[in-house]
Ligand binder design. Structure first.
Ligand SMILES: Cc1cc2nc3c(=O)[nH]c(=O)nc-3n(C[C@H](O)[C@H](O)[C@H](O)COP(=O)(O)OP(=O)(O)OC[C@H]3O[C@@H](n4cnc5c(N)ncnc54)[C@H](O)[C@@H]3O)c2cc1C
Ligand code: FES
Length: 253
C-alpha cells in the first residue's frame, strides 16, 4: 500500500456521463490486483473531507484508471479534474478477485457502476478463460459496458436488452443450459443485486465472488467503520481490509 501524489494523465467521458480518470503511479500500477481499490482524496482542500474509494478499473504499465459517474459531492469535484493536475491516492487497497484460472469460463455480472472492476479482471484472465458478461441497469442510459466482452444486457424498464434484472437474465441463460463448462461467477453492483446473485450461486452450486461496498473512511482497517457480517453470524469482516471481494459462501449481505 502506498500513499502517492499521483499525476492525472488522462480524462475521458466513456459513455453518457461516465468518467474515466487515469493516474500515473508506477508503484500502485505494479502492485494492483483486479478487485482492489484506491482511496482518493478528491480535493486538495478540506472539502469534502473524507477520501472516496474507487475500484481499479484498468492498469497499463505505470498507469491505473478509475471509472465513475457524478453521484454526490466527491464525484462532482472529481469530475472537474483535468489531465495535468494530481491527487493524493492511497492504494492498492483490499483483497481482490482470485484469478487462479481453475475454470474454463468466467461469468461477469455487473449492475450499473459495478462494471468498474471488470476491465482489469478480464485483462488478467485472458487469454485462457472464456468471458461472458451480463450487464444490467435501471435504464439504457445507465448501462455501463466499458471494455466488457461478450455482453448480454438487461434493463428494469426494457429500454435496452431484456426487460428484467441482470440476475434474472443470468438465471434465464442458465435454465437454457448455456453454461456448459466449468464456470466461475464474478459480481459487482448494488447490494440487492449482490443478494440475488449470491442466492443464485449458492442454490446452483457455483463458485462466486462478489465485490461489495460500504461507507469507508480510512480504507485500510484502522477506523473499524466498514463491517460486514460473516455468513454464520459469528464475526464481522472489514470490507476495506478483508474485502471488498468476498466469496458468497463467507458473508451475509
Ligand atoms: C470498495 C469500493 C469501490 C468503489 N468503487 C467505485 C467505482 O469504481 N466507481 C464509483 O463511481 N464509485 C465507487 N464506489 C463508491 C464511491 O466511493 C462513492 O461512494 C460514490 O462514487 C459516491 O461518492 P460521492 O462523494 O459523489 O457521493 P456522496 O456525496 O458521498 O454521497 C451523495 C449521496 O449518495 C449516497 N451514496 C453515496 N455512495 C453511494 C452508493 N455507492 N450507492 C448509493 N448511494 C450512495 C450518499 O449516502 C449520499 O446521500 C466504491 C465504493 C467502495 C466502498
Ligand atoms: S474503512 Fe476504516 S476500517 Fe474499513
Amino acid at each position: 500500500m502506498y500513499q502517492i501524489i499521483s499525476p492525472i494523465v488522462d480524462r475521458k467521458i466513456v459513455s453518457d456521463q461516465i468518467h474515466l480518470l487515469t493516474f500515473k503511479s508506477k508503484e500502485i500500477a505494479k502492485d494492483a490486483k483486479p478487485g482492489q481499490f484506491v482511496n482518493v482524496r478528491v480535493s486538495n482542500g478540506l472539502y469534502p473531507y473524507l477520501r472516496r474509494p474507487f475500484s481499479i478499473c484498468e492498469v497499463n504499465y505505470d498507469t491505473f484508471s478509475i471509472l465513475f459517474s457524478v453521484f454526490g459531492m466527491g464525484t462532482k469535484v472529481l469530475a472537474e479534474k483535468k489531465a495535468g493536475g494530481s491527487l493524493d491516492v492511497i492504494g492498492p487497497l483490499g483483497k481482490g478477485f482470485s484469478i487462479d484460472k481453475d475454470f474454463e469460463s468466467a461469468i461477469i455480472v455487473a449492475g450499473g457502476l459495478g462494471s468498474a472492476p471488470f476491465p482489469f479482471l478480464i485483462s488478467r484472465l485472458k487469454p485462457d478463460v472464456n468471458i461472458k458478461s451480463f450487464v444490467g441497469a435501471r435504464t439504457k442510459e445507465l448501462l455501463i459496458s466499458y471494455k466488457l466482452e461478450n455482453i448480454s444486457f438487461a434493463t428494469d424498464d426494457g429500454s435496452y436488452g431484456k426487460k428484467m434484472n441482470v440476475v434474472e437474465l443470468l438465471s434465464d441463460e442458465f435454465q437454457k443450459g448455456s453454461f456448459d463448462s466449468k464456470v466461475k461467477l464474478y459480481g459487482c453492483g448494488p447490494t440487492l443485486m449482490l443478494k440475488a446473485l449470491s442466492k443464485f450461486a449458492l442454490e446452483n452450486n457455483f463458485d462466486c465472488e462478489i465485490s461489495t461496498e460500504a461507507a469507508m473512511a480510512c480504507g485500510f482497517g484502522i477506523c473499524q467503520g466498514c463491517p460486514m457480517e460473516s455468513s454464520n453470524g459469528e464475526k464481522y469482516f472489514l470490507v476495506c481490509k478483508d474485502g471488498p471481494v468476498f466469496n458468497v459462501r463467507d458473508v451475509k449481505l
